[in-house]
Design a protein around this ligand. Structure first.
Ligand code: AHM
Ligand code: MG
Length: 333
């Protein structure tokens, strides 16, 4: 315990690695960690408090049913970020339009945050891991003006920070500011995140594949062939792989960070661009994955090099151990 580094100490010690003003990063992360702690305490009693369980009866912009926890988390993260005065605009999975802060403080904010407040919503009611994922960019429009759409539609390669919070058997915050990836575990009894996973690196190769195989009939022939390849016997390449699918992208990818493996959400006859959203799901995870030595692609190009066209666009997403993802790319080409 005496040697443990808190998240606060870590940020102060490492803020020189952040290429921009030091206090700004600290304030942004303070907002995110505070919101994460509030969420942690609420998620832990989600089965007890009526207000948090179940559906709201509304749909988000992608036509998906909103859960009460989706709506609650959206409010908590937006309010926390707004209060720190560093952010000029936010895009969220739960908001059809971008949120642009038009007051003087907002106009002077230098950062854009894109967030999925609760990822893996279908797992809330069955007590399975869920998460939050966020991407942070410097705005490209001039400071002192209101943010514009182009500030949000930057390539993932331009992220200055990204991270996720996983609410699992423990709660962890994993983030990068472009100098590697570090993971912090929350001690809920005192509300402090401690550095528990320094310099996280994804094994170059693993033996786990993770895909919703129930969609097999809708996949392309090449994707079907790859899935069959994962199940074939070949001791020299660790096959058959082990199948694992939680249905929470953050939890499935968190496992890849620690054990290696490949995560797949392909395009299909049912979902021509897959399901996952480029800006606030795939881009931040791809930044973290590349920083940890892994690879993330849409099958043709690196996720981080894709030029976004709209806030809620979807993309096929394949990510995890570098060699496994490269092998998939070869098989899809
Ligand atoms: P959500 O943000 O609405 O929860 O949707 C994203 C989630 C991912 O976490 C997960 O990998 C995927 O949807 C699961 O989808 P499916 O049930 O189609 O396999
Ligand atoms: Mg999501």
């Amino acid at each position: 315990m005496s040697n443990l580094i808190t998240l606060g100490e870590f940020i102060i010690k490492n803020q020189q690695d952040f290429p921009y003003a030091k206090g700004e990063l600290t304030r942004l992360f303070n907002a995110i960690t505070l919101a994460s702690k509030v969420m942690n305490s609420q998620i832990n009693k989600a089965g007890l408090v009526d207000d948090l369980m179940g559906k709201v009866g509304t749909q988000n912009v992608q036509g998906e049913e909103q859960k009460k926890l989706d709506v609650y988390a959206n409010k908590i993260f937006i309010n926390a970020l707004k209060a720190r005065n560093e952010v000029c605009g936010i895009a969220s999975e739960e908001e059809e339009e971008t949120i642009i802060f038009e007051n003087e403080v907002g106009k002077n904010g230098k950062y854009i945050v894109l967030i999925d407040p609760i990822d893996g919503s279908s797992n809330i009611e069955v007590n399975v891991s869920i998460g939050t994922v966020f991407a942070i960019y410097r705005r490209i429009s001039p400071v002192g003006t209101t943010a514009v759409l182009a500030d949000f539609l930057q390539k993932g390669r331009h992220q200055v920070a990204a991270g996720y919070v996983i609410f699992g058997s423990s709660t962890m915050l994993v983030f990068t500011t472009g100098n590697g990836v570090n993971g912090f575990t929350l001690d809920p009894s005192i509300g402090v995140f401690y550095l528990s996973h320094p310099n996280m690196t994804i094994p170059k190769i693993g033996n786990i594949y993770s895909v919703n195989e129930g969609n097999y009939a809708y996949f392309s022939d090449k994707m079907k062939a790859y899935i069959n390849y994962c199940k074939d016997i070949d001791a020299t390449t660790n096959r058959p792989y082990t199948g694992r699918y939680i249905g929470s992208m953050i939890a499935d990818l968190h496992r890849n960070f620690l054990k290696g493996g490949i995560y797949l959400y392909p395009d299909s006859a049912k979902a021509p661009n897959g399901k996952l959203r480029l800006l606030y799901e795939c881009n931040p995870m791809a930044f973290l994955i590349e920083q940890a030595g892994g690879k993330a692609t849409d099958g043709q190009q690196a996720i981080l090099d894709k030029a976004p066209m709209e806030i809620h666009e979807r993309t096929p997403f394949y990510a995890g151990s570098k060699e496994m993802v490269s092998e998939l790319e070869n098989k899809l080409s």
